[in-house]
Every structure is written in C-alpha cells, then in structure tokens.
Design a protein around this ligand. Sequence first.
Ligand code: SF4
Length: 275
Amino acid sequence: MKVRCNICPHHCNIEEGHIGLCRARTNREGQITSENYGKLTALALDPIEKKPLAHFYPGSRILSIGSYGCNLKCSFCQNSDISMVGGDEIGIQETTAEEMVQKALLLQNRRNIGIAYTYNEPLIGYEFVRDCAMLVKEKGMRNVVVTNGYICEEPLKQLLPFIDAFNIDLKCFTEHYYHELGGDLETVKRTIEIAAEQSHVEITTLIVPGKNDTNEEMEKLSEWLSMISPEIPLHISRFFPRWQMQDCEATPVERVYQLAKLARNKLLHVHEGNC
Ligand code: SF4
C-alpha cells in the first residue's frame, strides 16, 4: 500500500520499502519513516557567520551537523556529495539526539551556542531535527536551521517554537526557475513569512549567471522581503561551478556587488558572500 509523505509539497506517494524523491524518507510497514534519522555525514564546530548568520550571536560558534538527501534538484548544488546521494552511497556516522546534545553542551567552553542543522536539506530529516531541537531547548541552548524552505506549513509550524534562527535560501524570484530546480517560489515565500513571525531569519540568494542575476529580479526580491521587514538580512552569494554546472563560469564579483547595492535600496542589511 502506498503512503503519502506530508513533509514537503512533493507529497511523494511511497510504496512499501521504496524511497521518496529526497532519498531520505521511506514507507516501512505502512508508516512514513525518516531513513536518515541520526545518520550524520558531516559534523563541525563552525563560526556562526559561516551558516551564514550575520546578526545572530556574532562571534559565537555552533555545532553544525548534516545528513544526506535533498528535496530540490538544483543543478548548481554546492553540496551535491551529500545532498544528491542516498544513505548507501556515502559514509555515515550513527548518533542519537541525546549524544548530539551532550556534545553541544561539552563544546560550550569553545563558544558553542547550540546546534545548527545544515549542509544537506535538514527538514527532510524532520524527526531528528525535532528531537534534537527539543533537547537543545531544554538545556537552554540555541537551534539554527539552514534550509531551502521547501516544507509544508503544518510541519513547519510545529517545529517553529524550538527554532531560534533560520537561514532560508531564496534561490530566485521567478516561478519558472524555481520549477527548474524542483520547487516553487510561493512555498518558499510562505516559509519565510511564517518563520519571520517567530524566529530570527536571514536569507541567502546564490547568484547564478544567466539564471537569476538581473537587476529587475533583485529589485522585486528585495522589495518583497522589505515588506516583511527591511531588517531581514540578505546574503547575496557568488556561485562557483559545481555538480551539473561545472562547465559554467563563477559569478563575476562585480555583479554580486552591483546586485547588493541595488538590494540596499530596500533592505538595511545586505551582505556579499563568497567574494
Ligand atoms: S520530504 Fe521527501 S519523501 Fe517527503 S514529500 Fe518531500 S521529497 Fe517526498
């Protein structure tokens, strides 16, 4: 019997023993189960600025963990070695939420403020993020989610009380390019609006030459963001050739600076990234 997953708008109908589009969720005995629960592919104590979060506990560090899989298929993915694979194609380290929180606590003496769920798309591993986040909160530490924002409203709202800060990708401001990436603009806009009501939110837009780099698109994007709040920080990042776009040129540095200058007409905190 097929079972529908309700974490993201793909709503995969998964047959028993099969795996969803993100390669992280399966149907086991009629239940949707997180296949990547507690399976880490990356773990590091990173500066908070690397998430990137420029206005949330600056100068601190955060224990950053990642698993595998993703529910979008961006041809420019900068982390494809972990996001575009299943669990049988990559080395993993198994852990528990309790172990992660103990580690986070022990690292407080190295300026750790909590746990960041990052590197691949963390919200497809929803249950592990939720279980860690609840324990982290109990210990008085902070939770950070770095996400593509492609999640359904209900699971997002249930997680929100435990998340102190988000960095959300706003990959472009056109539906047609979002569809090419396997998502949709309206869902990501709604995620940003909902998250910004309760948590600290910063946005990242990776500028891909010829895809999302026009003045007009940046004007529309920054105008829309400023209507939520002109204080939301926007990170405008430079693309480097990766995954299926290895034969493309990196974004010219001056283009990133020009777009950041435009965005500053609407927003108070605009940061150039990877320049
Ligand atoms: S989270 Fe994964 S399995 Fe669930 S609907 Fe999205 S892509 Fe499909």
